[in-house]
Design a protein. Structure first.
Length: 319
């Protein structure tokens, strides 16, 4: 796994970091974020409510639909803070989020929820889960490539692994762009992420390869923006078991002239057992990595797919 010149910085809703900033002076500390991922990243904490002047403790707030607009206020309609939350979100999006490699938001919050935030009617008698937190909406809108996730969804092992993968890839991209980047550097970057992207979205892998293959003569900044947008969108789709198995089969092909008949059978069996859901991903992956140490291949050795993040996180044990 590549080392970085600077620490990975991730934005996080302050309550998820354990800060007692909620309306009732409580918190919603994320054990995964703070006790596991926190060993490898630095967090920048945000509490939009406190940032716009709300006290601790404070009255609860909710999203309320009034005609064609939605406001953020107390259940009785007073204390509207939607505009302040939006302005604060814009400020963070433009001034601080550019330095981040990811963001973890507090689910269902009227300020920080990424999706499915309850929107009430004026009478408070009905609600729909159609809202997006006012602060989160601005961060995501103005940083569309930034990996974002909610604390609740991080309980799902596939979504957890997917988020961490995207954070590390995005950090790779950020550090790549600290220096002058040309088509050659972009092509090398794409080559290193070939099998990782293939395991998530084969169509994205092919289309981005074509993009770089026809980049000569185009504005380089436009190519870079199109590339990273396509890459992060492709990786946002969690890798399916089928795609993972197909990727493993591609990797197996590099050893067709190196392995004995018994070793080939062992590898095929491990991949098919994974495809069938009998064993987790790390079983065939560990076998392939073993053969790579015995039969060295410079191209494969550079593949991010093998070690996209610290192995100590054990994220592939559950997928």
């Amino acid at each position: 796994m590549r080392t970085f010149e600077s620490p990975i910085q991730i934005g996080i809703s302050a309550c998820l970091a354990g800060d007692k900033v909620r309306f009732d002076t409580g918190h919603k500390r994320s054990n995964f974020c703070m006790d596991e991922l926190g060993n490898y990243v630095e967090y920048k904490k945000f509490c939009p409510e406190v940032a716009v002047g709300m006290s601790i403790p404070r009255a609860t707030i909710r999203q309320v639909r009034v005609g064609d607009t939605i406001k953020v206020c107390r259940p009785d309609g007073s204390g509207e803070v939607g505009e302040k939350l939006t302005e604060y979100g814009k400020r963070v999006a433009h001034e601080q989020a550019k330095e981040l490699s990811g963001f973890v938001f507090c689910a269902k919050s009227p300020s920080c929820g990424m999706e499915r935030v309850k929107v009430y009617n004026e009478a408070g008698t009905g609600n729909s889960s159609e809202g997006v937190g006012f602060f989160a909406a601005q961060v995501m809108k103005h940083n569309p490539n930034l990996p974002c996730e909610e604390n609740g969804r991080l309980s799902d092992p596939h979504l957890r692994e997917n988020f961490v993968t995207r954070v590390y890839v995005y950090k790779h991209w950020q550090e790549l762009n600290l220096d002058r980047v040309g088509v050659h550097e972009l092509t090398q970057f794409h080559a290193q992420h070939k099998y990782l992207l293939m395991s998530h979205n084969y169509e994205s892998y092919k289309s981005l390869g074509k993009l770089l293959g026809h980049a000569a003569g185009r504005d380089l900044d436009e190519v870079k923006e199109e590339y990273i947008g396509g890459l992060m969108k492709g990786l946002a789709r969690p890798a399916s078991r089928k795609n993972q198995a197909n990727t493993l089969s591609h990797l197996q092909g590099y050893f067709k002239n190196s392995l004995s008949k018994v070793e080939k059978h062992e590898m095929c069996e491990a991949i098919e057992h994974y495809r069938a859901g009998i064993v987790p991903l790390y079983v065939p992956l560990t076998l392939i990595k073993h053969h790579l140490t015995v039969h060295s291949n410079e191209y494969l050795a550079k593949q991010v797919y093998f070690n996209p993040y610290p192995n100590e996180l054990k994220l592939r044990f559950g997928i």
